[in-house]
Design a protein. Structure first.
Length: 253
Protein backbone atom coordinates (compact mmCIF):
# COMPACT_ATOMS: atom_id res chain seq x y z
CA UNK A 1 0.00 0.00 0.00
CA UNK A 2 1.10 3.58 -0.63
CA UNK A 3 0.86 6.22 2.11
CA UNK A 4 -1.83 8.83 1.64
CA UNK A 5 -1.35 12.28 3.22
CA UNK A 6 -3.41 12.95 6.32
CA UNK A 7 -5.41 16.14 6.57
CA UNK A 8 -3.01 18.77 7.91
CA UNK A 9 -3.85 20.92 10.92
CA UNK A 10 -1.74 23.74 12.39
CA UNK A 11 1.00 22.56 14.75
CA UNK A 12 -0.54 24.49 17.65
CA UNK A 13 -3.70 22.42 17.26
CA UNK A 14 -1.85 19.16 18.00
CA UNK A 15 -1.67 17.88 21.54
CA UNK A 16 0.59 15.03 20.37
CA UNK A 17 3.01 14.71 17.51
CA UNK A 18 5.00 11.56 16.80
CA UNK A 19 7.93 11.93 14.41
CA UNK A 20 9.71 9.01 12.75
CA UNK A 21 9.33 6.79 15.82
CA UNK A 22 11.24 3.51 15.90
CA UNK A 23 10.97 0.81 18.58
CA UNK A 24 13.05 -2.36 18.77
CA UNK A 25 13.16 -5.33 21.13
CA UNK A 26 16.67 -6.64 20.72
CA UNK A 27 17.07 -7.43 17.03
CA UNK A 28 13.32 -7.27 16.38
CA UNK A 29 12.14 -3.92 14.99
CA UNK A 30 8.51 -3.47 16.02
CA UNK A 31 8.04 0.13 14.84
CA UNK A 32 9.89 1.47 11.80
CA UNK A 33 9.59 5.24 11.48
CA UNK A 34 5.97 5.96 12.40
CA UNK A 35 4.76 9.58 12.23
CA UNK A 36 1.33 11.00 13.08
CA UNK A 37 -0.48 13.73 15.00
CA UNK A 38 -3.38 13.88 17.45
CA UNK A 39 -5.33 17.14 17.19
CA UNK A 40 -6.69 18.57 20.42
CA UNK A 41 -10.12 17.24 21.31
CA UNK A 42 -10.06 14.55 18.60
CA UNK A 43 -10.17 10.77 18.50
CA UNK A 44 -7.38 9.35 16.35
CA UNK A 45 -7.47 5.62 15.56
CA UNK A 46 -4.46 3.42 14.88
CA UNK A 47 -5.53 0.40 12.85
CA UNK A 48 -3.66 -2.70 11.81
CA UNK A 49 -3.31 -6.43 12.27
CA UNK A 50 -1.79 -8.15 15.29
CA UNK A 51 1.93 -7.47 15.44
CA UNK A 52 1.74 -4.36 13.27
CA UNK A 53 3.39 -2.20 15.95
CA UNK A 54 0.36 -0.39 17.36
CA UNK A 55 0.78 -1.36 21.01
CA UNK A 56 4.52 -0.72 20.86
CA UNK A 57 3.78 2.77 19.56
CA UNK A 58 1.53 3.49 22.55
CA UNK A 59 4.11 2.05 24.96
CA UNK A 60 6.79 4.34 23.53
CA UNK A 61 4.53 7.40 23.84
CA UNK A 62 3.68 6.63 27.47
CA UNK A 63 7.26 5.86 28.49
CA UNK A 64 6.81 2.13 29.06
CA UNK A 65 9.49 1.37 26.45
CA UNK A 66 12.32 3.58 25.25
CA UNK A 67 12.26 4.39 21.52
CA UNK A 68 15.23 3.44 19.41
CA UNK A 69 14.91 6.75 17.58
CA UNK A 70 12.41 9.46 16.68
CA UNK A 71 10.55 12.07 18.71
CA UNK A 72 7.36 12.28 20.76
CA UNK A 73 6.11 15.82 21.33
CA UNK A 74 3.40 16.80 23.80
CA UNK A 75 2.17 20.37 23.34
CA UNK A 76 5.27 20.88 21.20
CA UNK A 77 7.71 19.77 23.92
CA UNK A 78 9.72 16.56 23.70
CA UNK A 79 8.79 13.74 26.09
CA UNK A 80 10.58 11.08 24.06
CA UNK A 81 12.75 9.71 26.85
CA UNK A 82 10.88 10.97 29.89
CA UNK A 83 10.02 8.39 32.59
CA UNK A 84 6.46 7.05 32.57
CA UNK A 85 5.52 8.78 35.85
CA UNK A 86 6.63 12.14 34.45
CA UNK A 87 4.57 11.61 31.31
CA UNK A 88 1.49 10.83 33.45
CA UNK A 89 2.03 14.09 35.34
CA UNK A 90 2.14 15.88 32.00
CA UNK A 91 -1.36 14.57 31.26
CA UNK A 92 -0.85 11.41 29.18
CA UNK A 93 -2.51 8.26 30.55
CA UNK A 94 -2.22 4.79 28.99
CA UNK A 95 -4.98 2.18 29.48
CA UNK A 96 -3.20 -0.96 28.26
CA UNK A 97 -4.55 -3.99 26.48
CA UNK A 98 -5.78 -6.52 29.01
CA UNK A 99 -6.83 -3.79 31.50
CA UNK A 100 -3.92 -4.51 33.92
CA UNK A 101 -6.11 -4.06 36.97
CA UNK A 102 -4.87 -5.25 40.37
CA UNK A 103 -7.20 -8.19 40.88
CA UNK A 104 -6.71 -8.68 44.63
CA UNK A 105 -7.34 -5.03 45.43
CA UNK A 106 -10.81 -3.52 45.67
CA UNK A 107 -12.44 -1.49 42.94
CA UNK A 108 -12.03 1.65 45.05
CA UNK A 109 -8.36 0.92 45.71
CA UNK A 110 -7.75 0.52 41.98
CA UNK A 111 -9.45 3.84 41.33
CA UNK A 112 -7.40 5.58 44.00
CA UNK A 113 -4.21 4.22 42.45
CA UNK A 114 -5.15 6.07 39.28
CA UNK A 115 -4.83 9.31 41.24
CA UNK A 116 -1.61 8.31 43.00
CA UNK A 117 0.49 11.08 41.49
CA UNK A 118 -1.99 13.70 42.75
CA UNK A 119 -0.88 13.07 46.34
CA UNK A 120 -3.29 14.51 48.92
CA UNK A 121 -5.35 16.47 46.41
CA UNK A 122 -8.69 17.04 48.20
CA UNK A 123 -10.51 16.70 44.86
CA UNK A 124 -9.64 13.00 44.63
CA UNK A 125 -12.65 11.95 46.70
CA UNK A 126 -15.00 14.01 44.52
CA UNK A 127 -13.46 12.47 41.40
CA UNK A 128 -13.89 8.98 42.86
CA UNK A 129 -17.57 9.63 43.51
CA UNK A 130 -17.88 11.02 39.98
CA UNK A 131 -16.42 7.78 38.56
CA UNK A 132 -18.91 5.75 40.59
CA UNK A 133 -21.76 7.80 39.13
CA UNK A 134 -20.41 7.56 35.59
CA UNK A 135 -19.90 3.80 35.98
CA UNK A 136 -22.73 2.66 38.31
CA UNK A 137 -21.52 -0.94 38.48
CA UNK A 138 -18.23 0.27 39.93
CA UNK A 139 -20.11 2.22 42.56
CA UNK A 140 -22.18 -0.82 43.44
CA UNK A 141 -19.07 -3.00 43.76
CA UNK A 142 -16.53 -0.47 44.98
CA UNK A 143 -15.50 -2.65 47.95
CA UNK A 144 -15.35 -5.90 45.95
CA UNK A 145 -12.07 -7.35 44.71
CA UNK A 146 -11.46 -6.08 41.18
CA UNK A 147 -10.73 -9.63 40.02
CA UNK A 148 -14.37 -10.61 40.65
CA UNK A 149 -15.62 -8.18 37.98
CA UNK A 150 -16.62 -9.39 34.53
CA UNK A 151 -14.42 -8.59 31.54
CA UNK A 152 -16.56 -5.62 30.56
CA UNK A 153 -16.63 -4.31 34.11
CA UNK A 154 -12.86 -4.65 34.34
CA UNK A 155 -12.51 -2.65 31.13
CA UNK A 156 -14.67 0.10 32.59
CA UNK A 157 -12.54 0.02 35.74
CA UNK A 158 -9.38 0.35 33.68
CA UNK A 159 -10.75 3.41 31.89
CA UNK A 160 -12.13 4.92 35.11
CA UNK A 161 -8.76 4.40 36.83
CA UNK A 162 -7.10 6.23 33.94
CA UNK A 163 -9.55 9.10 34.22
CA UNK A 164 -8.72 9.46 37.93
CA UNK A 165 -5.34 10.83 36.79
CA UNK A 166 -7.18 13.70 35.07
CA UNK A 167 -5.55 13.13 31.67
CA UNK A 168 -5.55 15.51 28.74
CA UNK A 169 -4.61 12.70 26.35
CA UNK A 170 -5.92 9.16 26.85
CA UNK A 171 -4.19 6.22 25.13
CA UNK A 172 -6.59 3.28 24.79
CA UNK A 173 -5.22 -0.09 23.68
CA UNK A 174 -7.86 -2.53 22.40
CA UNK A 175 -10.67 -1.44 24.76
CA UNK A 176 -13.25 -3.73 23.10
CA UNK A 177 -11.07 -6.85 23.03
CA UNK A 178 -12.98 -9.96 24.13
CA UNK A 179 -16.21 -8.13 24.99
CA UNK A 180 -19.76 -9.05 23.97
CA UNK A 181 -21.35 -6.83 21.28
CA UNK A 182 -23.54 -4.93 23.76
CA UNK A 183 -20.53 -4.06 25.91
CA UNK A 184 -18.56 -3.07 22.82
CA UNK A 185 -21.26 -0.54 21.95
CA UNK A 186 -21.20 0.80 25.51
CA UNK A 187 -17.42 1.20 25.45
CA UNK A 188 -17.46 3.08 22.14
CA UNK A 189 -20.33 5.29 23.37
CA UNK A 190 -18.22 6.11 26.43
CA UNK A 191 -15.19 6.98 24.28
CA UNK A 192 -17.35 9.33 22.20
CA UNK A 193 -18.72 10.93 25.37
CA UNK A 194 -15.20 11.50 26.72
CA UNK A 195 -14.18 13.18 23.49
CA UNK A 196 -17.22 15.45 23.60
CA UNK A 197 -16.09 16.45 27.08
CA UNK A 198 -12.84 17.74 25.60
CA UNK A 199 -10.51 14.76 26.07
CA UNK A 200 -8.07 13.91 23.28
CA UNK A 201 -7.90 10.17 22.58
CA UNK A 202 -5.47 7.92 20.72
CA UNK A 203 -7.25 4.64 20.10
CA UNK A 204 -5.69 1.31 19.11
CA UNK A 205 -8.50 -0.98 18.04
CA UNK A 206 -8.90 -4.11 15.90
CA UNK A 207 -12.62 -3.41 15.49
CA UNK A 208 -11.88 -1.11 12.58
CA UNK A 209 -15.51 -0.45 11.68
CA UNK A 210 -16.39 0.83 15.15
CA UNK A 211 -13.15 2.78 15.46
CA UNK A 212 -13.62 4.56 12.14
CA UNK A 213 -17.22 5.37 13.07
CA UNK A 214 -16.18 7.43 16.11
CA UNK A 215 -12.72 8.73 15.12
CA UNK A 216 -11.98 11.95 13.27
CA UNK A 217 -8.64 10.76 11.89
CA UNK A 218 -7.05 7.36 11.40
CA UNK A 219 -3.73 5.77 10.49
CA UNK A 220 -3.21 2.24 9.20
CA UNK A 221 0.01 0.57 10.37
CA UNK A 222 1.51 -2.47 8.67
CA UNK A 223 4.81 -4.08 9.74
CA UNK A 224 5.72 -1.08 11.85
CA UNK A 225 5.04 1.58 9.21
CA UNK A 226 2.14 3.92 8.43
CA UNK A 227 0.75 2.90 5.05
CA UNK A 228 -2.48 4.92 4.97
CA UNK A 229 -3.60 8.07 6.76
CA UNK A 230 -6.45 10.55 6.57
CA UNK A 231 -9.86 11.51 7.85
CA UNK A 232 -11.63 8.51 9.33
CA UNK A 233 -14.67 8.70 7.08
CA UNK A 234 -12.47 8.86 4.00
CA UNK A 235 -10.50 5.80 5.08
CA UNK A 236 -13.76 3.95 5.82
CA UNK A 237 -14.70 4.47 2.17
CA UNK A 238 -11.27 3.47 0.83
CA UNK A 239 -11.50 0.11 -1.02
CA UNK A 240 -8.12 -0.96 0.41
CA UNK A 241 -9.33 -0.43 3.98
CA UNK A 242 -12.67 -2.07 3.20
CA UNK A 243 -10.97 -5.15 1.78
CA UNK A 244 -8.36 -5.51 4.53
CA UNK A 245 -10.25 -4.44 7.66
CA UNK A 246 -13.98 -4.02 7.03
CA UNK A 247 -14.83 -7.30 5.34
CA UNK A 248 -15.78 -5.78 2.04
CA UNK A 249 -17.87 -2.77 1.18
CA UNK A 250 -19.27 -0.34 3.73
CA UNK A 251 -21.90 2.36 3.56
CA UNK A 252 -19.57 5.01 4.97
CA UNK A 253 -19.04 7.96 2.67
Amino acid sequence: MMVDSAAETPAAAHILEVRDLAVAYGQVRAVRGVSFQVPRGAIVALLGANGAGKSSTLAAISGLVRPQSGEVLLDGFAITRAPAHVIVRRGVVHVPEGRAILASMSVEENLRLGAYWRGNDPAIRADLESMCRRFPILGERRLAAAGTLSGGEQQMLGIARGLMARPRLLLLDEPSLGLAPLLVRQIFALITELRRGGLSILLVEQNARQALAIAQYAYVIERGRVVLAGEARELAADPRVQAAYLGGRTNAG
